[in-house]
Design a protein around this ligand. Sequence first.
Ligand SMILES: [Zn+2]
Length: 175
Amino acid sequence: MPEHRPGTPGQHYVLESFLWREFAGVEDWLEWTEEHGLARTATSTREIFDRAMALREALRSLEAMNNGERADDAPARLLNELIESFGVHPLVEPSGDLRLRASAVTGRNAPIASILIMALDAMSKGEWARFKLCQDQSCRASFYDTTKNGTKTWCSMDVCGARNKMRRMRERQKG
Ligand SMILES: [Zn+2]
């Protein structure tokens, strides 16, 4: 499945990519952050990488919830911990617009804080509910639901949708 869906709002591109991509390791993470203009320093550590992947897993659990699955409160707890440790807080612009800022972030953590703020931004604007994890257990691709009613359950109707429709049909015939 493609990384970006037609119709995903531009401001969600980086978040969409982060949730979709399978990171191979520290080097891959570093490359990705540079590619997306998130890295100020061209270094990273295993610890930073693990923290980024923990954020990714927490957000993906919330994406599964957005697609009707149940989850515990661990993902929200992790997000709240990061909000606390990065000193994320709202800032009112001279224009009257509200912006989220992280005031306690240093170098290597900056990309993680930026991604966290992107997710919080989507949540505060009511757009996070459209970030979903494909219901197909063998797929689990992250996608942004651009349908009018936000009722998409499969990353693709042609692939996962069709496969699951077939499976249900077979089950019905057997039973
Ligand atoms: Zn899928």
